[in-house]
Design a protein around this ligand. Sequence first.
Ligand SMILES: [Zn+2]
Length: 191
Amino acid sequence: MLRRYAEALTPWALGVAERMLLDVNARDLANWRALTAEMQTEIRREILEAPTGERTKELLAQQVTLIKSLPLEAAQRVHELTIRGLEDGTRAKEIAAEIMRSGEVAESRAMLIARTEVARSSSVLTQARAENAGSTGYIWRTARDGDVRPSHKAMNGRFVRWGEPPTLDNLRGHAGCLPNCRCYAEPVIPD
Ligand SMILES: [Zn+2]
């Protein structure tokens, strides 16, 4: 039943992800328009008219899968807590309180997905447009505040090849593509 419920969410999840991607894409294009205002017409066209359809389709499919995983994960959590309660009766009250918190857990997981996916989509589209103009990499930039993780802070100002995403805290990805990462890629465009 739960799996059917997750499936029933598909049209809604598609709509949410599509709206988000349209918004991210419009912002990415606006950034590029400003950035390339003084570049040669040809390079400018290569960037602004880059074919991003395939990347967008992939992003959309991944996001729909992530959104649909929310009710299944919440159910799994309740299931596991219930089993623990059965094994250890003395902790029933504590476990009941944990089960009641499942809504909060699902909400914070939804927030993490939303934040991470917006940044990741933006990064993927930026990469697609930069590569179309012959860019081989970018300068890693952080949000430059106290919340930046040390591993990400160490990347600030460094050149990264599009084909070689670094591994930070055991996770591999480009600026803006890691969980809760607010860093961004400043593309390097060849002369
Ligand atoms: Zn970061």
